[in-house]
Write a protein that binds this ligand. Structure first.
Ligand code: MG
Length: 455
């Protein structure tokens, strides 16, 4: 059973995001704090990434929470997964001020449930209703909450990851860490050093203007990181997005490891030692399923968004199903033995463990993976629903999956067309065996879309 996607008004796939002072104002964040405090009475942990507007928004968030009688524990600057780890089982909820991979002018809020997962759609819709109806349950002067600072929680997170691996698997390994001036400046270098690695850091000073590169860890943005990997003779480079729930890799030859390949590679390692189910959105590359099947494991698909992956993993486990791994094809991986959220620090640590336990280089691992051809495109349009309806009719004789958008299967190739939840665009993904079949399938689908759009 997968978790269904529901329509929200304000929150997107991963919380609220917006340009500071335009879509995202202190007034809005104050109202989010009051709404969350009205729903989840008790102790709430808050944290933020390194953005220049972070301090302003965390104060608004805390004021809202305190006004409803919640006690606030401020964990300071830390990665989103570190806050999620902190909240899990120890708090009545949490909220993170972050815009993840968005450019510096953005900020946002992610709400964390007491079990450490991001708030699901049903509860988020309830929160939105409180916010839009302004039905806050604020308290009188003698019931206002208290605030304490707890910067030590980040240490517990670091220890949880290093403690997951025995010994010093990174001994003799040099690794380049690129936290991108984000909160992983405080964590990933520490984690890998404690695992025995020699760590070289780039963009390792926290700075909300992101002077070295943008928070999205792109091929272009990681050129300096890649150059440092090859010049230092490092085993690999690892880079994070702006809140370090994702990690991407550079191999020892300085090549960017495409995120679906990275997912498949770590999945291959996990499946080799443990049999069960991997959970991922319908947009993840076929390479994952190929690898899982060759290791006698299976894949369960969800709507696009890490909350659907995390919640489906939990739901399957509650039904007694053996869920061993989950994640997205963007470097956001979920290790259920650790916690039910994407965790960039854990992903970096897992790569150290993988390389040390196999004795092969990262490029050797990547090169042995099955080869697939992927085409990705986005088209600006507000006719997404109409296009999906047309494709559903045209391809009614093929195998169609409507978990999120429409996924059309032809033998081992597929095309996924879906509307964005936040922008007026449609996304087209093609995943095929060869460049010839990929181009043919892509052109065929595009020709159908031309009945509606002039593209
Ligand atoms: Mg992120």
């Amino acid at each position: 059973m997968t978790v269904k996607k529901m329509q929200k008004r304000l929150f997107g796939t991963n919380g609220v995001r917006g340009v500071v002072g335009k879509e995202l104002t202190p007034e809005l964040v104050l109202a989010i704090g009051k709404s969350l405090g009205s729903m989840r009475k008790g102790r709430i942990a808050v944290g933020r990434d390194t953005r220049t507007s972070g301090d302003m928004f965390v104060r608004a968030l805390k004021a809202g929470l305190l006004s409803t009688g919640c006690d606030v524990v401020d964990c300071g600057i830390l990665p989103t997964p570190a806050l999620q780890y902190t909240v899990k089982g120890k708090f009545d909820g949490g909220a993170m001020i972050t815009a993840s991979h968005n450019p510096p002018e953005y900020n946002g809020v992610k709400i964390i449930e007491p079990d450490g997962t991001e708030m699901g759609d049903e509860e988020t819709i309830k929160l939105e209703q409180i916010l839009f109806n302004r039905s806050f349950t604020t308290v009188p002067w003698d019931k206002v909450g208290t605030e304490t600072a707890a910067p030590e929680h980040i240490e517990h997170y670091i220890k949880a990851i290093t403690g997951y691996f025995s010994g010093k698997p990174g001994k003799g390994m040099t690794v380049v860490v690129d936290p991108g001036s984000g909160p992983a400046c405080l964590t990933t270098s520490r984690i890998l050093t404690e695992m025995g690695c020699k760590v070289i850091t780039i963009n390792g000073i926290m700075d909300g203007t992101f002077p070295g590169r943008l928070p999205e860890p792109s091929v272009e943005g990681l050129k300096n990181c890649a150059a440092l990997v090859t010049s230092s003779g490092a085993a690999f480079g690892v880079a994070h997005d702006g809140d370090a729930d994702r990690a991407v890799f550079i191999d020892e030859q300085g090549r960017f490891v495409e995120e679906n390949q990275q997912f498949a590679l770590i999945a291959q390692h996990i499946c080799h030692n443990k049999k069960g189910i991997i959970v991922t959105p319908v947009s993840t590359g076929q390479i994952l399923e190929s690898v899982a099947k060759s290791e006698q494991c299976s894949v369960e698909y969800t709507a696009v968004g890490s909350i659907y992956v995390a919640r489906t993993m939990r739901s399957l486990l509650e039904q007694g199903k053996p869920v061993i791994f989950g994640g997205e094809g963007n470097g956001g991986l979920i290790f259920p033995d650790h916690q039910f959220c994407r965790d960039g620090g854990m992903t970096a640590a897992m790569m150290v463990f993988l390389l040390s336990s196999t004795g092969k280089t990262l490029s050797e691992h990547v090169d042995q993976l099955p080869k697939r051809v992927i085409i990705k495109e986005k088209i600006a349009t507000n006719k997404g629903a109409e296009i999906l309806e047309l494709l559903k009719t045209v391809y009614s004789h093929e195998i169609i999956d409507e978990t999120d958008g429409i996924k059309i299967h032809k033998k081992t190739d597929w095309v996924l067309v879906r509307s964005s939840g936040t922008e007026p665009i449609i996304r087209i993904f093609v995943d095929a065996d060869t460049s010839v079949t990929a181009a043919a399938f892509y052109n065929e689908v595009k020709n159908h879309i031309r009945q509606i759009l002039a593209i």
